[in-house]
Design a protein around this ligand. Sequence first.
Ligand code: RIB
Ligand code: CA
Length: 304
Amino acid sequence: MIPLIIDCDPGIDDALALLLAAGSVEFELLAVTTVAGNRPVETTTANARRILDLAGREDVPVHAGCARPLGAAAPRCNLVHGEDGLCGARLPPTRAAAPGHAADLITATLMQSPPNTVTLVAVGPLTNLALAEIKTPGVLRRARSLVIMGGAAFCPGNITPAAEFNFHADPLAAHTVLAAGADVKLFGLDVTSKAAMSAEWIESLGALRTRCGTAAAAMLTAYAQADPLLHDACPVAWLLDPTLFAGQQCSVSVDWRAGPTEGQTLAWQEERMDKPFPPNARVFVDLRTDRVLELVRQRIARLP
Ligand code: RIB
Ligand code: CA
C-alpha cells in the first residue's frame, strides 16, 4: 500500500487523477487537499468532494487550502474547465469539507508518520505545500516523494510562452517547494503534452455504463475541446507503473520574479551541469501514452 495525499484544484484532469487513485487498491488515500487554481478554492473543494463521493469514497476527507497564491492578492484562475470547474458536469452537492487547513493536514500527516512513508501528489498550484514548508521548515523532506504535475522544463509553457499554469499561478510557491530539498518527481508539460486523449478512448469510458465512466466521458468530451491532455493523471499513473514513464535527474528552479519569465522552469540536465547546481528533481519527458490511458480506463472501470 502507498500512503498518499493528493493536493489538487479540480479541474477535470484533477478529477481523472482522483478517480484513478480511488479505483486503485495500491493506494491508502489518506486525504485530499484543495487549493485555488483552475477555479477559486471554494469551487475546487466542492468539486473534490463531488468526485470522491461519485467514486464511492466518502471515507476520504477533503481539506480546503489556500485561497490565493503566496505573493499575490488574488488567485490566477482560468475557464478551461468551465465556470464550475467540471465543464457543467452538475454532480450532486455532497458532505462538508473536513475541519483543518490543507497545509496543516499535510504537516500533521508528515510529522506523525515515519519519514519516507507518505507520498504527496500535487497537481495544482503548490501554495499549500509551500505554506506547510514555511510554517514547519524541513517538513516536505519527510515525504517519501513529492510527485508534482507542473512546469515546463524543456518546452514552451501553456499559460504564457515561458510558464505552465500551475507554476505560473503561484511561482513563489513552486520556487519554495523545489528548493525544500525533498525528493521531487516532476511531470511537466514535457511529458504531459504527450498524454493526449482520443475521442475513441473518451467514448470507451462512456461505454463502461457506470456512473463514474459516464461522468468522466461527459467531462472529458467538453474539456478536450480546449485541452485534450490528461496532465494530472500522469503522476498517479507513474506511482502505479513507473515503467510507463522516462525521465532524468535535473537541477530545477523556478523564476518567481514578476515579468515575462514569471513562473518559468529552469532545468539543467545532470550530465551537462557543473557541480554548484546539485540535481533536485527527476524530470519526466516521455511516456507510453496508450498504456497510461488503458491503465486509467481499467481503474475507472472498477468504480461504481
Ligand atoms: O498546466 C496543466 C495544469 O494546470 C493541470 O494541473 C490543470 O488541472 C491545470 O491546473
Ligand atoms: Ca490541476
